[in-house]
Design a binder for this molecule. Sequence first.
Ligand code: C5P
Length: 402
Amino acid sequence: MLKGKHIILGISGGIAAYKSVYLLRLFIKAGAEVQVVITPNGKEFITPVTLSALSGKPVISEFFTANSGEWHSHVDLGLWADAMVIAPATASTIAKMANGVADNMLVTTYLSAKAPVFVCPAMDLDMMAHPSTQRNISLLRSYGNHIIDAATGELASHLTGKGRMQEPEEILRQVDETLERLSAETASLTGKRVMITAGPTHEPIDPVRFIGNSSSGKMGVALAREAARRGAEVTLIAGPLSVPAPEHPHIKMLNVTTAREMLDACTHSFPEADIAIMAAAVADYAPAQVADRKIKREENGIERIELVKNPDIAATLCAGKRPDQKVVGFALETDHEHEHAVAKLRRKGLDAIVLNSLRDKGAGFGTDTNKISMIFADGSEQFFPLKSKEEVAADILDAISK
Ligand code: C5P
């Protein structure tokens, strides 16, 4: 898989930089073409002469070559690459990558790279454990970067501990495997139309108040991005999101506020869709009347708000579903999870339901991670470990494309 691949190896200034020489040799041995980009600090640990001798290419460190004035185009380099591997990635480089501080060639190239990015953190334990570093790593994950660390494995934690750089053989293996998987996935949804609902709905009481819930929309947005990455034409029907809307040429966003509006947008889009994924947390009820001016606190009669039941969007779509269409729902449960999820699947007429339990740490609203299982119409069930919402999105799409 690595044969003929273009790899940018980014080296920042950590003691683990000596291992990057070995990693470079492994990439070359596997048949890859490697361009090394090193930070000014990296050069304190390892000499560019060694790296250029092994890679057969001049090492890039500065924006210009000092004597000739030749400009190194990070944009061209970013487009040339099939993968970018940053090893070692120091706390400072990770922070710069997470926040777009492009004051060296490595981070500048990273920001222009269109290919998958692999980040191999290396720093001492305290730096690794600091909330700032943890937050930056989680930001990199949310951008879709692949983090290769040495935190897993019993041996690692006994001998050297979390924070040391992963061994070159293992980095090579993970890069190879991930590129293999990504190329199989890319285009797996080409020609398909996927409709996704996301976020909460807000049901107005008066011009300033509403009934809603704390769904952020993260899961639905991650699903939209992943489906688009796999080649689908995506329609994302979103209530008021508390995460940035995805920007992708193949994602069409339809913004709605209430469950009624979401139903209208869905019934309009659904006939075109091959797959519908209902990830929105739709409010179950809406106020029967919406006051046209702000209700005063002193007013009588607002202790009780009369509510009407909202339409069940998923059930409505399933009632008119063609045999070639698939509808997937979500169930967020706090007790008797399996039982409730199966009942929901049957009642609404879904093809599959994604179950997450609020009892699981790291699952549910607003978190970056999720732990799910999927139940299918034929009664079979598939369990998944705790993962980032991006990885969960990939699992869900894998399962329903089968
Ligand atoms: O019944 P419950 O709200 O738990 O069902 C959750 C599933 O049904 C989710 O997939 C959600 O998007 C969908 N749903 C819907 N319309 C509603 C309520 C839920 O589409 N009014």
